[in-house]
Design a protein around this ligand. Structure first.
Ligand code: SF4
Length: 944
């Protein structure tokens, strides 16, 4: 018998493991980076990590190719050709930092608002915001305005938190799970792990999404809803639950403002809560029939009846709510056609929610005490959980849709109860516990407070005495009153137009605004290069920092090259976007598991360290000692020693002189080492009696104070009715000193309803449906994250181009055949790309992958790469303004409450492209690349 080779079944894959945090998407899983001979050999999931417990996705394991990407920048760059050409010269870091300082110092000394500093998908927003506040510009925000601010703001205003970083389903107990509009990369590993748990237990999953891919593909029921109608569907479910009496009235009375009395009398007080002399909202006590403060002891709040005081009637919130949603407008028959869901199906889903919530309730034998001092022997919950993301959020009715979803969760009593939705610390946190937005600036001084926050009425808008916005993105103005994350997508067009004022320097970090992160991409490129009559640029200076040669690089005057995520320190902070779990407080770090290495070049530096260096050169408060010397050596030094409040810093773990401080404690010089020893993270479990009912649980509130999450207990009730929204409506009706411009009054009155409403998206309402009959959407694939993934040599092999997925109905209607191409036309433009049939798709919807398409010359890809020749972006079809309506105004293509970019409102028509079409359209001319062309074959093997 011939001898058989003996394979080595357990080869030694590494000689050392370094534990850090993944950055291949925003989930922040723990990873074990295996090193061999000082090089990265292999990446696997960290089994002890709270986020992923060892699970690793395709992106995470492909981090090696991100770290070794040919597109990595290698040195600071100064533009030498015209803007957009991509022609640069390499300069030293000294020269780069001197140049940046020479540009920024005069601005700080004279007009700090002339700096607009916006960051993309970075995870250091509490740091960059702190820097911008010290600089003194009001013009700072991150990318939330074009991502999911509707979801975040609706959650905070309604119940003190939303999905993803804010909270999660009770995966171990939920029996029915509804998933709305979730891009299949969002909260990637945690959702996959959670779905795995549900499937293992036989829990039912209902996916609501026009496209059945990713998570929706494994749903027990798929609801292929018409885009932009989720809110109507949800309110129809509410109608059915109210009609059947399947509402948790005890929960509503104890934990929500359902019993608050609302003024029903026409006038300046209409719609506001009845309050006592101390300003506390009042309820009607059923025992006495009198109005008393909502938190009075031993009362029985009335949900049905009101009071009359001085001839003015005040009715409880629940009465308004029931009257509204029991109306026939929300009956399944009334909404079915619009939503594309049969009435019987809507009824069946409502009935299943009711059955699981009220017939399969879960009780845990765990005593707890509420904030009123009432002791409860058990924790009882309704095991229906929900999760939603950008598919619901990125519409012009997204804020109210997300509000409707939270209202549905609350009405059945499934928030913060076993089996339902659970907050992750530091949430829940109601709007009152967040700051208000600030824009007070003056030469040489820091801003008068944090940039972003949650307005509670028109008095908190950032407008001047003439009503003009104070911020370049017009956040917190009448255009977008509750724009809690800013409006990054409006910065370039406003700066180009000098509206509301001109800026001098646009400073961007990790935001590919010249390509996939902007609506109206081609026009944005024109704005970035547009010149005045004297040849100067309309946006005078652009500084950009990125690790890679992205499309945006070509449009900057100065490039500050960043490191890859394996070469840097980071903190995933409780002050920012934490990684906590519903049962634990947690944060984590990144650290340089390999040193930055760009042989023969000046090299790269971590952006946050560069920002601290710049801050010291500019003498910014908090970044220099009294003698003007730098306070922090680098970002690691800042992470260790910065204190946001006494004893509270970027990292919560291992604080204090002996490293035992949890959440609070003086800086510990060994803190980062302790994180590294602990696997790159820190975790602190919530006590059993504090695990549920967090907003009202005295033990949780005390624990949160001890950990530095708040400085005093802050119990509150959920806002079924959001009174601040009513205050904006009152202003629009003509009440109060701060008045909106006349052209916005009707829109504010209609959309800022204190109870959730549904209205057609602005595009649907205005669209000529005969010309643009179809909806067009993008989804991010699980294997990619924005534009980072589609330059990765391994991930490109999974998705390398962007087919247009067309329903079987449209396929037949247009006579498509395999290999055909199609042209999509919107009121704003047209694109051409190859078509693929997909039957698990809403018949009136087409879609493609997001952010895979690349411009020729960018990302060190071959100019004939399929990402450039067989791919395009829907961004070319979307304008930041709606088409002219004939009223002389151009209305924003965004949610009118938060300003969220309405990416998913897009309407198009489809036509078969001429035979012989083989290249996608539009095809922009190639950019010069500041990095060399890639090798023909890119391989990576670490040998002994
Ligand atoms: S889900 Fe995101 S953070 Fe987690 S391993 Fe994958 S890419 Fe990394």
């Amino acid at each position: 018998m011939p001898s058989q080779p003996t394979p080595d079944l357990s080869p030694q894959v590494s000689d050392e493991v370094r534990k850090t945090t993944c950055y291949m998407c925003a989930c922040r899983c723990g990873i074990d980076v295996h090193m061999k001979a000082g090089r990265v050999a292999y990446i696997e999931g960290n089994r002890d990590h709270p986020v992923n417990k060892g699970v690793l996705c395709a992106k995470g394991s492909a981090g090696i190719m991100q770290h070794l990407s040919p597109a990595r920048l290698r040195a600071p760059l100064k533009r030498v050709g015209p803007r957009g050409s991509g022609e640069f010269e390499e300069i030293s870091w000294d020269e780069a930092l001197k140049l940046a300082t020479d540009w920024l110092k005069p601005l700080r000394d004279t007009a700090p608002e002339k700096l607009a500093f916006f960051t993309g998908r970075d995870q250091s927003q509490s740091f960059t915001g702190w820097w911008a506040q010290a600089f003194g510009t009001p013009n700072w925000a991150a990318h939330g305005g074009f991502c999911s601010v509707n979801m975040a703001a609706a959650g905070i205003y309604t119940m003190g938190g939303s999905f993803w970083e804010f909270g999660q389903p009770d995966w171990d107990r939920t029996k029915l799970f509804l998933l709305f509009g979730v891009a299949e990369d969002h909260d990637s590993n945690p959702i996959k792990m959670g779905l795995g748990k549900l499937k293992a237990r036989g829990a039912r999953v209902i996916g609501v999404n026009p496209i059945r891919s990713g998570y929706n593909a494994i749903a027990d029921d798929w609801i292929g809803i018409t885009p932009g109608t989720d809110g109507l569907f949800i309110l129809s479910l509410v109608h059915e639950l109210l009609r059947a009496g399947k509402i948790d009235l005890t929960y509503l009375i104890r934990y929500t403002n359902a019993s608050y009395l609302v003024n029903a009398h026409d006038g300046a007080e209409k719609g506001l809560f009845l309050r006592d002399a101390a300003g506390k909202p009042m309820v009607r006590d059923r025992r006495t029939g009198h109005a008393v403060a909502w938190d009075s002891p031993d009362i029985s709040p009335d949900l049905a009846n009101g009071v009359e005081i001085g001839g003015v009637t005040h009715l409880p919130v629940f009465r308004h709510l029931a009257d509204r949603y029991l109306a026939p407008d929300y009956a399944p028959e009334a909404v079915a056609k619009r939503c594309g869901i049969a009435p019987a199906r809507i009824r069946a889903i409502a009935s299943e929610i009711a059955r699981v919530a009220f017939e399969e309730e879960i009780t845990i034998n765990q005593p707890w005490t509420d904030f009123r001092g009432v002791k409860h022997a058990t924790m009882t919950g309704r095991p229906v959980a929900m999760h939603a993301m950008r598919g619901v959020s990125a519409h012009s009715n997204g804020f109210q849709t997300a509000r409707a979803l939270h209202m549905l969760q609350i009405l059945i009593g499934s928030v913060e109860t076993p089996g339902g939705f659970r907050f992750k610390p530091p949430y829940p946190k109601p709007p009152e516990a967040h700051p208000r937005p600030h824009a007070g600036h003056s030469p040489g001084q820091p801003l008068d407070g944090p940039h972003l926050g949650y307005p509670l009425g028109p008095e908190h808008l950032l407008i001047d005495e003439t009503g003009q916005p104070k911020r370049i993105d017009k956040a917190f103005s009448w255009d977008a009153p509750l724009s809690a994350h800013g409006l990054m997508h409006m910065v370039i067009s406003n700066a180009h137009a000098g509206d509301p004022y001109e800026i001098d320097t646009l400073f961007l970090y990790m935001a590919n605004m010249a390509w996939n992160s902007s609506m109206n991409t081609s026009a944005v490129m024109d704005m970035l290069t547009d010149q005045n009559d004297d040849g100067s640029y309309k946006i005078p200076r652009i500084i950009y920092s990125d690790a890679y040669s992205s499309e945006m690089v070509a449009f900057a005057d100065l490039i500050l090259p960043d490191t890859t995520y394996l070469e840097r320190h980071d903190c995933i902070s409780l002050l920012d976007r934490p990684i906590c779990e519903a049962e634990a407080l947690a944060d984590s770090i990144r650290w340089p598991v390999v040193a930055p290495d760009r042989p023969g070049h000046e090299g790269v530096r971590p952006f946050q360290s560069v920002l601290l260096d710049l801050g010291a050169r500019l003498g910014l408060p908090g970044m220099v000692h009294d003698d003007g010397t730098p306070k922090f050596k680098d970002y690691a030094d800042y992470i260790t020693n910065h204190e946001r409040r006494p004893g509270v810093g970027p990292l919560a773990g291992f604080r204090g002189p002996d490293g035992t401080g949890k959440g609070r404690g003086s800086p510990n010089p060994e803190q980062i080492d302790r994180y590294i020893e602990n696997g790159g993270f820190w975790i602190d479990h919530i006590p059993e009696e504090a695990l549920f009912f967090k907003p009202w649980n005295a033990a949780y509130q005390d624990w949160a104070v001890a950990r530095g999450l708040f400085d005093s207990p802050q119990p509150y009730v959920f806002n079924l009715y959001v009174e601040p929204l009513r205050k904006f409506q009152l202003a629009a009706e003509g009440h109060g000193h701060r008045q909106p411009p006349d052209h916005l009054r009707a829109r504010l009155m209609e959309t800022m309803d204190p109870l959730p409403i549904w209205y057609p998206t602005f595009t649907d309402a205005d669209s000529d449906s005969a010309s643009y009959p179809l909806h067009a959407l993008t989804q991010r694939p699980m294997a990619h994250y924005h534009s980072w993934g589609s330059q990765n040599a391994w991930l490109r092999q999974i998705h390398g181009h962007t087919p247009l997925y067309v329903s079987g109905y449209l396929w037949a209607q247009h006579g498509f055949e395999a290999g055909d191409w199609a042209t999509l036309t919107s009121p704003h433009g047209r694109i051409t790309l190859p078509v693929v049939r997909m039957d698990a798709l809403n018949p009136q919807t087409v879609w493609t992958w997001n952010a895979i398409a690349k411009r020729r010359g960018a990302w060190a890809l071959n100019e004939q790469a399929p990402e450039a020749t067989k791919s395009t972006l829907l961004n070319h079809l979307i304008h930041e303004l709606l088409p002219p309506k004939g009223d002389g105004l151009r209305w924003a293509n965004s949610d009118p409450i938060t300003g969220q970019a309405a990416w998913y409102d897009l309407r198009v028509r489809i036509e078969k492209a001429p035979v012989g079409q083989t290249v996608s359209y539009p095809a922009h001319k190639p950019q010069s690349s500041p990095v060399p062309a890639p090798p023909r074959n890119l391989a990576h093997q670490v040998k002994d």
